[in-house]
Design a protein around this ligand. Sequence first.
Ligand SMILES: Nc1ncnc2c1ncn2[C@@H]1O[C@H](COP(=O)(O)OP(=O)(O)OP(=O)(O)O)[C@@H](O)[C@H]1O
Ligand SMILES: NCC(=O)N[C@@H]1O[C@H](COP(=O)([O-])[O-])[C@@H](O)[C@H]1O
Ligand SMILES: [Mg+2]
Length: 393
Amino acid sequence: MFGAPLSGKSKKIMLLGSGELGKEVILEAQRLGIETIAVDRYDHAPAMQVAHRSYVIDMLDRQALREIIERERPHLIVPEIEAIATQELVELEKEGYRVIPTANASRLTMDREGIRRLAAEELGLRTAKYAFADTLDELHAAVAEIGTPCVIKPIMSSSGKGQSVCRSEADIEACWNTALEGGRAKKARVIVEAFVTFESEITLLTVRSVSGTSFCAPIGHVQKEGDYIESWQPHVMSESHIAEAEQMARTITDALGGYGIFGVELFLTSEGVYFSEVSPRPHDTGMVTMATQDLSEFALHARAILGLPIPQIRLLTPGASHTLKADRGSTDFQIGGLEEALAVPDVQVRVFGKPETKPGRRMAVALAAAQDTETARAMAAEAAGKLFIRYGE
Ligand SMILES: Nc1ncnc2c1ncn2[C@@H]1O[C@H](COP(=O)(O)OP(=O)(O)OP(=O)(O)O)[C@@H](O)[C@H]1O
Ligand SMILES: NCC(=O)N[C@@H]1O[C@H](COP(=O)([O-])[O-])[C@@H](O)[C@H]1O
Ligand SMILES: [Mg+2]
């Protein structure tokens, strides 16, 4: 039971991170009558454009984070990205604030080390062999230990930023520099992971709610330079892969606890399933669920965090998503091609409304529904291909 937004008796959620995923979470929360506050490091972020209020702060700054939380006193604090002062969230949770799914989950998944050690060392999930390094010398030793090819990533980054594949010793220094430039925090620490030659990779969206744990149909995806290009649902999997994937997803989400949706990223190989990482929040590859499910991953997240039931999740149709990315930085640009993209039946487009392009930045996504995923993939690719960014006119 709660009052109208802005009435003083409303239920308030505060999103920490205001990108395309948060924008959809806010829209879904507002459908349920919730008051919404969007926070990010820059103004006019996508979710800010649909929230009741917004704040621009450095979310890695503990004091700045505490100040807005104490000012707003939200019922739920909902992290939308990894790079947040999660230690402060741990403190705030002790003082009675509710963090989604839990402050500890956001702390553990904030850096690759926390979640990898939990998954591999405490929970015994199969992962690629890994090691950590803080300096270039340590990186040489770590690569020697893990072997090549391997993948080197800043411990704190997302969407593939700062990630590169090291194919031989000669690549190590370049990989180190890539990681230093791409990491979100001013930390030099990197993870070195053995390269997993997978048949395919999936996101298993897993929801924890008052109704228990439920799984969405697996989402297959293709990534380029560590960032997702296209995804489709359902991804066809063998019985044994499904069983293993669900078991891993249940194990890791039970360990993290709390209510909300989780994107469990898994590699499917001939020797079984490898755990890669988990987002305790909606997942970019899960944007496809806006075209395929009765309740999208955003609607599921909103329901779960508000303590509302999720008696079932229906996959209504196979579908696919395909991204539109910028190729240079500019604040003077326009997005076009919607007329052509939307001329195809069963195609939808989401333009995120980001105020600035950057090389590789995701600006929009095309969604398609069809009788099978192959057709949906082709339709989504075609629609995304019609979209374009025109700079400086
Ligand atoms: N050890 C590995 N072996 C093979 N491929 C890998 C490995 N690690 C990562 N990749 C590839 O790079 C992609 C991105 O990696 P990862 O998910 O760790 O990065 P990320 O920056 O956290 O991305 P996001 O935030 O979008 O989930 C993976 O989806 C996979 O395609
Ligand atoms: N893989 C994680 C992911 O997709 N996160 C989504 O991208 C936004 C950041 O985008 P930006 O870097 O373009 O600002 C985040 O706020 C979130 O919505
Ligand atoms: Mg990932």
